[in-house]
Design a protein around this ligand. Structure first.
Ligand code: NAD
Length: 300
Protein backbone atom coordinates (compact mmCIF):
# COMPACT_ATOMS: atom_id res chain seq x y z
CA UNK A 1 0.00 0.00 0.00
CA UNK A 2 1.29 3.47 -0.87
CA UNK A 3 2.76 5.51 2.02
CA UNK A 4 0.91 8.73 2.90
CA UNK A 5 2.24 11.58 0.79
CA UNK A 6 3.19 9.28 -2.07
CA UNK A 7 1.17 9.09 -5.26
CA UNK A 8 -1.01 5.98 -5.48
CA UNK A 9 -0.34 3.07 -7.83
CA UNK A 10 -3.05 2.59 -10.45
CA UNK A 11 -3.90 -0.66 -12.24
CA UNK A 12 -5.39 0.37 -15.60
CA UNK A 13 -7.32 -2.14 -17.75
CA UNK A 14 -8.39 -1.13 -21.28
CA UNK A 15 -5.88 0.99 -23.18
CA UNK A 16 -7.92 2.04 -26.23
CA UNK A 17 -8.57 5.52 -27.60
CA UNK A 18 -9.65 6.83 -24.19
CA UNK A 19 -7.64 4.64 -21.82
CA UNK A 20 -4.28 5.47 -23.38
CA UNK A 21 -4.82 9.22 -22.88
CA UNK A 22 -6.08 8.78 -19.32
CA UNK A 23 -2.99 6.68 -18.50
CA UNK A 24 -0.77 9.46 -19.88
CA UNK A 25 -2.36 11.98 -17.52
CA UNK A 26 -2.01 9.65 -14.51
CA UNK A 27 1.69 9.16 -15.37
CA UNK A 28 2.22 12.90 -15.85
CA UNK A 29 0.73 13.48 -12.39
CA UNK A 30 3.30 11.11 -10.88
CA UNK A 31 1.24 7.94 -10.45
CA UNK A 32 2.78 4.57 -11.23
CA UNK A 33 0.51 2.73 -13.68
CA UNK A 34 0.28 -1.03 -14.23
CA UNK A 35 -1.27 -1.31 -17.69
CA UNK A 36 -3.21 -4.24 -19.18
CA UNK A 37 -5.14 -4.77 -22.43
CA UNK A 38 -5.97 -7.87 -24.50
CA UNK A 39 -4.13 -6.19 -27.41
CA UNK A 40 -0.36 -6.37 -26.84
CA UNK A 41 0.36 -3.27 -28.99
CA UNK A 42 -1.84 -1.19 -26.66
CA UNK A 43 0.31 -2.27 -23.69
CA UNK A 44 3.47 -1.40 -25.65
CA UNK A 45 2.16 2.14 -26.20
CA UNK A 46 1.46 2.57 -22.48
CA UNK A 47 4.92 1.22 -21.61
CA UNK A 48 6.51 3.69 -24.06
CA UNK A 49 4.65 6.41 -22.13
CA UNK A 50 6.11 5.20 -18.81
CA UNK A 51 3.66 2.56 -17.52
CA UNK A 52 4.62 -0.94 -16.36
CA UNK A 53 3.31 -3.82 -18.50
CA UNK A 54 0.89 -6.24 -16.86
CA UNK A 55 0.34 -9.64 -18.48
CA UNK A 56 -3.11 -10.17 -16.95
CA UNK A 57 -5.88 -8.48 -14.98
CA UNK A 58 -4.40 -9.98 -11.79
CA UNK A 59 -0.97 -8.50 -12.57
CA UNK A 60 -2.48 -5.07 -13.18
CA UNK A 61 -4.20 -5.21 -9.78
CA UNK A 62 -1.17 -6.61 -7.97
CA UNK A 63 0.15 -3.94 -5.57
CA UNK A 64 -2.26 -1.29 -6.89
CA UNK A 65 -4.11 1.13 -4.63
CA UNK A 66 -6.85 1.63 -7.19
CA UNK A 67 -7.91 -0.14 -10.39
CA UNK A 68 -9.60 1.59 -13.32
CA UNK A 69 -11.35 -0.24 -16.16
CA UNK A 70 -11.97 1.51 -19.52
CA UNK A 71 -13.49 -1.19 -21.72
CA UNK A 72 -15.98 -1.26 -24.62
CA UNK A 73 -19.20 -2.66 -23.12
CA UNK A 74 -20.89 -4.50 -20.22
CA UNK A 75 -19.70 -8.06 -21.07
CA UNK A 76 -16.02 -7.03 -21.06
CA UNK A 77 -16.35 -5.25 -17.70
CA UNK A 78 -18.22 -8.24 -16.19
CA UNK A 79 -15.51 -10.57 -17.45
CA UNK A 80 -12.68 -8.44 -16.03
CA UNK A 81 -14.45 -7.89 -12.70
CA UNK A 82 -16.28 -11.15 -12.03
CA UNK A 83 -14.74 -13.64 -14.49
CA UNK A 84 -12.01 -16.21 -13.81
CA UNK A 85 -8.76 -14.46 -12.94
CA UNK A 86 -10.69 -11.19 -12.54
CA UNK A 87 -10.72 -8.44 -9.94
CA UNK A 88 -13.09 -10.21 -7.55
CA UNK A 89 -10.49 -12.98 -7.24
CA UNK A 90 -7.53 -10.57 -7.41
CA UNK A 91 -8.59 -7.23 -5.92
CA UNK A 92 -6.12 -4.36 -5.67
CA UNK A 93 -4.50 -3.96 -2.26
CA UNK A 94 -6.41 -0.66 -1.84
CA UNK A 95 -9.70 -2.59 -2.44
CA UNK A 96 -11.11 0.13 -4.71
CA UNK A 97 -12.19 -0.18 -8.36
CA UNK A 98 -13.76 2.38 -10.71
CA UNK A 99 -15.26 1.41 -14.04
CA UNK A 100 -15.04 4.44 -16.33
CA UNK A 101 -16.51 2.73 -19.43
CA UNK A 102 -20.11 3.32 -20.48
CA UNK A 103 -22.08 0.21 -19.52
CA UNK A 104 -25.46 -0.92 -18.17
CA UNK A 105 -26.44 0.73 -14.84
CA UNK A 106 -28.23 -2.47 -13.80
CA UNK A 107 -25.05 -4.52 -14.39
CA UNK A 108 -23.10 -1.95 -12.36
CA UNK A 109 -25.45 -2.40 -9.41
CA UNK A 110 -25.12 -6.20 -9.56
CA UNK A 111 -21.29 -6.00 -9.62
CA UNK A 112 -21.33 -3.41 -6.83
CA UNK A 113 -23.32 -5.77 -4.59
CA UNK A 114 -21.01 -8.74 -5.19
CA UNK A 115 -17.84 -6.68 -4.64
CA UNK A 116 -19.26 -4.88 -1.59
CA UNK A 117 -19.95 -8.24 0.05
CA UNK A 118 -16.19 -8.91 -0.20
CA UNK A 119 -15.24 -5.48 1.17
CA UNK A 120 -14.23 -4.07 -2.25
CA UNK A 121 -15.43 -0.58 -3.23
CA UNK A 122 -16.85 -0.19 -6.74
CA UNK A 123 -17.64 3.14 -8.41
CA UNK A 124 -19.29 3.70 -11.78
CA UNK A 125 -17.50 6.72 -13.22
CA UNK A 126 -18.29 7.10 -16.94
CA UNK A 127 -16.97 10.13 -18.76
CA UNK A 128 -17.92 12.67 -21.40
CA UNK A 129 -15.63 14.92 -23.40
CA UNK A 130 -14.28 12.56 -26.05
CA UNK A 131 -10.68 11.73 -26.85
CA UNK A 132 -9.84 15.46 -26.82
CA UNK A 133 -11.13 15.74 -23.25
CA UNK A 134 -9.24 12.58 -22.27
CA UNK A 135 -6.03 14.02 -23.72
CA UNK A 136 -6.46 17.43 -22.09
CA UNK A 137 -7.50 15.93 -18.73
CA UNK A 138 -10.77 17.86 -18.87
CA UNK A 139 -13.31 15.03 -18.91
CA UNK A 140 -16.65 15.33 -17.20
CA UNK A 141 -16.75 12.37 -14.77
CA UNK A 142 -20.15 11.16 -13.52
CA UNK A 143 -19.85 9.05 -10.42
CA UNK A 144 -22.15 6.61 -8.62
CA UNK A 145 -21.35 4.65 -5.44
CA UNK A 146 -20.49 5.19 -1.76
CA UNK A 147 -19.40 8.71 -0.74
CA UNK A 148 -16.34 7.35 1.10
CA UNK A 149 -15.16 5.51 -2.03
CA UNK A 150 -15.74 8.64 -4.10
CA UNK A 151 -13.59 10.66 -1.66
CA UNK A 152 -10.73 8.15 -2.02
CA UNK A 153 -10.97 8.13 -5.83
CA UNK A 154 -11.32 11.91 -6.19
CA UNK A 155 -7.56 12.70 -6.39
CA UNK A 156 -7.18 10.21 -9.26
CA UNK A 157 -10.27 11.51 -11.06
CA UNK A 158 -8.93 15.08 -10.70
CA UNK A 159 -5.96 14.14 -12.90
CA UNK A 160 -8.25 12.98 -15.73
CA UNK A 161 -11.18 15.36 -15.51
CA UNK A 162 -12.25 18.87 -14.60
CA UNK A 163 -15.95 18.36 -13.78
CA UNK A 164 -16.19 15.52 -11.28
CA UNK A 165 -19.57 14.93 -9.69
CA UNK A 166 -20.84 12.35 -7.22
CA UNK A 167 -24.40 11.77 -8.41
CA UNK A 168 -25.71 9.18 -5.94
CA UNK A 169 -25.74 5.45 -5.29
CA UNK A 170 -24.26 2.77 -7.50
CA UNK A 171 -25.50 3.09 -11.08
CA UNK A 172 -26.27 6.83 -10.83
CA UNK A 173 -23.15 7.76 -12.82
CA UNK A 174 -24.09 5.45 -15.70
CA UNK A 175 -27.69 6.65 -15.66
CA UNK A 176 -26.59 10.27 -16.05
CA UNK A 177 -24.13 9.23 -18.78
CA UNK A 178 -26.99 7.59 -20.71
CA UNK A 179 -29.01 10.82 -20.45
CA UNK A 180 -25.87 12.58 -21.74
CA UNK A 181 -25.66 10.22 -24.72
CA UNK A 182 -29.32 10.72 -25.58
CA UNK A 183 -28.68 14.46 -25.84
CA UNK A 184 -25.43 13.94 -27.79
CA UNK A 185 -27.01 11.60 -30.38
CA UNK A 186 -30.08 13.74 -30.98
CA UNK A 187 -27.91 16.82 -31.31
CA UNK A 188 -25.64 15.07 -33.79
CA UNK A 189 -28.71 14.12 -35.80
CA UNK A 190 -29.82 17.78 -35.81
CA UNK A 191 -26.38 18.95 -36.97
CA UNK A 192 -26.29 16.24 -39.68
CA UNK A 193 -29.69 17.29 -40.99
CA UNK A 194 -28.76 20.99 -41.02
CA UNK A 195 -25.54 20.29 -42.93
CA UNK A 196 -27.35 18.05 -45.45
CA UNK A 197 -29.98 20.75 -46.01
CA UNK A 198 -27.41 23.53 -46.27
CA UNK A 199 -25.32 21.54 -48.73
CA UNK A 200 -28.34 20.70 -50.91
CA UNK A 201 -29.22 24.42 -50.93
CA UNK A 202 -25.69 25.28 -52.08
CA UNK A 203 -24.73 27.24 -48.94
CA UNK A 204 -21.19 28.00 -47.77
CA UNK A 205 -21.23 25.50 -44.90
CA UNK A 206 -18.25 26.96 -43.00
CA UNK A 207 -19.97 30.33 -42.85
CA UNK A 208 -23.24 28.68 -41.89
CA UNK A 209 -21.49 26.87 -39.02
CA UNK A 210 -19.87 30.07 -37.79
CA UNK A 211 -23.17 31.90 -37.67
CA UNK A 212 -24.97 28.99 -35.98
CA UNK A 213 -22.24 28.82 -33.33
CA UNK A 214 -22.95 32.48 -32.54
CA UNK A 215 -26.62 31.89 -31.77
CA UNK A 216 -29.00 29.52 -30.02
CA UNK A 217 -28.17 26.61 -32.37
CA UNK A 218 -24.64 26.46 -30.96
CA UNK A 219 -23.55 23.07 -29.59
CA UNK A 220 -20.51 20.94 -28.74
CA UNK A 221 -21.29 18.70 -31.74
CA UNK A 222 -21.47 21.59 -34.20
CA UNK A 223 -18.34 23.14 -32.73
CA UNK A 224 -16.11 20.05 -32.41
CA UNK A 225 -17.46 17.69 -35.09
CA UNK A 226 -18.98 20.18 -37.55
CA UNK A 227 -15.69 20.85 -39.40
CA UNK A 228 -15.09 17.13 -40.02
CA UNK A 229 -18.69 16.67 -41.18
CA UNK A 230 -18.42 19.59 -43.59
CA UNK A 231 -15.07 18.34 -44.91
CA UNK A 232 -16.42 14.79 -45.33
CA UNK A 233 -13.96 13.37 -42.76
CA UNK A 234 -15.38 10.24 -41.07
CA UNK A 235 -12.16 9.19 -39.32
CA UNK A 236 -12.28 7.47 -35.95
CA UNK A 237 -12.89 9.17 -32.63
CA UNK A 238 -15.85 8.00 -30.60
CA UNK A 239 -16.91 5.11 -32.81
CA UNK A 240 -20.38 4.70 -34.38
CA UNK A 241 -20.43 1.18 -32.86
CA UNK A 242 -19.96 2.60 -29.37
CA UNK A 243 -22.74 5.18 -29.78
CA UNK A 244 -25.02 2.44 -31.08
CA UNK A 245 -24.18 0.46 -27.92
CA UNK A 246 -24.98 3.51 -25.75
CA UNK A 247 -28.33 4.02 -27.48
CA UNK A 248 -29.16 0.36 -26.82
CA UNK A 249 -28.39 0.95 -23.12
CA UNK A 250 -30.56 4.10 -23.13
CA UNK A 251 -33.49 2.15 -24.59
CA UNK A 252 -33.06 -0.74 -22.13
CA UNK A 253 -33.12 1.68 -19.20
CA UNK A 254 -36.09 3.65 -20.57
CA UNK A 255 -38.13 0.55 -21.36
CA UNK A 256 -37.52 -0.80 -17.84
CA UNK A 257 -38.86 2.49 -16.46
CA UNK A 258 -41.74 2.73 -19.01
CA UNK A 259 -40.42 6.02 -20.39
CA UNK A 260 -41.06 6.42 -24.14
CA UNK A 261 -38.17 8.05 -26.03
CA UNK A 262 -39.39 8.66 -29.61
CA UNK A 263 -36.45 10.91 -30.58
CA UNK A 264 -33.96 8.30 -29.35
CA UNK A 265 -35.79 5.59 -31.32
CA UNK A 266 -35.50 7.68 -34.48
CA UNK A 267 -31.80 8.44 -34.10
CA UNK A 268 -31.08 4.79 -33.23
CA UNK A 269 -32.47 3.89 -36.67
CA UNK A 270 -29.98 6.30 -38.24
CA UNK A 271 -27.16 4.54 -36.38
CA UNK A 272 -28.47 1.17 -37.62
CA UNK A 273 -28.27 2.59 -41.16
CA UNK A 274 -24.74 3.91 -40.57
CA UNK A 275 -23.59 0.46 -39.37
CA UNK A 276 -25.34 -1.24 -42.31
CA UNK A 277 -23.30 1.03 -44.59
CA UNK A 278 -20.08 -0.15 -42.94
CA UNK A 279 -19.48 2.98 -40.83
CA UNK A 280 -19.27 1.14 -37.46
CA UNK A 281 -15.54 1.72 -36.92
CA UNK A 282 -15.70 5.34 -38.07
CA UNK A 283 -16.15 8.34 -35.78
CA UNK A 284 -19.54 9.35 -34.47
CA UNK A 285 -19.67 12.28 -36.88
CA UNK A 286 -19.93 9.72 -39.75
CA UNK A 287 -23.68 9.96 -39.15
CA UNK A 288 -23.47 12.70 -41.82
CA UNK A 289 -22.86 9.96 -44.40
CA UNK A 290 -26.34 8.56 -43.80
CA UNK A 291 -27.68 11.97 -44.82
CA UNK A 292 -25.27 12.18 -47.75
CA UNK A 293 -26.75 8.93 -49.03
CA UNK A 294 -30.36 9.93 -48.31
CA UNK A 295 -29.87 13.18 -50.24
CA UNK A 296 -27.78 11.57 -52.98
CA UNK A 297 -24.79 13.75 -52.07
CA UNK A 298 -22.24 10.97 -51.54
CA UNK A 299 -18.71 12.28 -51.51
CA UNK A 300 -16.81 8.96 -51.33
P1 NAD B 1 -11.69 1.35 -27.53
O1 NAD B 1 -12.40 0.25 -28.22
O2 NAD B 1 -10.76 2.24 -28.28
O3 NAD B 1 -10.86 0.76 -26.27
C1 NAD B 1 -11.27 -0.34 -25.51
C2 NAD B 1 -10.03 -1.16 -25.15
O4 NAD B 1 -10.41 -2.26 -24.31
C3 NAD B 1 -9.35 -1.79 -26.38
O5 NAD B 1 -7.97 -1.45 -26.38
C4 NAD B 1 -9.55 -3.29 -26.20
O6 NAD B 1 -8.49 -4.08 -26.72
C5 NAD B 1 -9.63 -3.39 -24.69
N1 NAD B 1 -10.32 -4.60 -24.22
C6 NAD B 1 -11.45 -5.18 -24.70
N2 NAD B 1 -11.77 -6.26 -23.94
C7 NAD B 1 -10.81 -6.36 -23.00
C8 NAD B 1 -10.60 -7.26 -21.91
N3 NAD B 1 -11.43 -8.29 -21.68
N4 NAD B 1 -9.51 -7.08 -21.11
C9 NAD B 1 -8.66 -6.03 -21.34
N5 NAD B 1 -8.81 -5.14 -22.35
C10 NAD B 1 -9.88 -5.31 -23.16
O7 NAD B 1 -12.83 2.21 -26.81
P2 NAD B 1 -12.74 3.71 -26.24
O8 NAD B 1 -13.13 4.67 -27.30
O9 NAD B 1 -11.44 3.88 -25.52
O10 NAD B 1 -13.96 3.68 -25.20
C11 NAD B 1 -13.89 2.97 -23.98
C12 NAD B 1 -15.19 3.19 -23.20
O11 NAD B 1 -15.36 4.59 -22.95
C13 NAD B 1 -16.45 2.74 -23.94
O12 NAD B 1 -17.38 2.22 -23.03
C14 NAD B 1 -16.98 4.02 -24.56
O13 NAD B 1 -18.38 3.97 -24.77
C15 NAD B 1 -16.58 5.04 -23.51
N6 NAD B 1 -16.35 6.42 -24.01
C16 NAD B 1 -15.64 6.64 -25.15
C17 NAD B 1 -15.43 7.95 -25.61
C18 NAD B 1 -14.67 8.27 -26.89
O14 NAD B 1 -14.70 9.43 -27.32
N7 NAD B 1 -13.97 7.33 -27.49
C19 NAD B 1 -15.97 9.01 -24.88
C20 NAD B 1 -16.66 8.77 -23.70
C21 NAD B 1 -16.84 7.46 -23.28
Amino acid sequence: MTEPGNKGVVGFIGLGLMGREMVRNLLKAGHAVRAYDVVAAAIDTAVADGATAAASVAEAADGADFVITMLPDTPQVEEVVLGPGGLLEHPPVGRLIADMSTISPQAVQRMHEVLRARGIGFLDAPVSGGTAGAKAGTLSIMVGGEAADFARAQPYFAVMGSTITHLGDSGAGQTVKLCNQLVVALNLQAVSEAIALGRAAGLDLDRMRTVLLGGSASSWMLNRLGPAMIAGDASAGFRIDLMFKDLRLVQELAQGLSVPLPGTALVTTQYVAARAHGEGANGNQALFRVYDRMTNQRRD
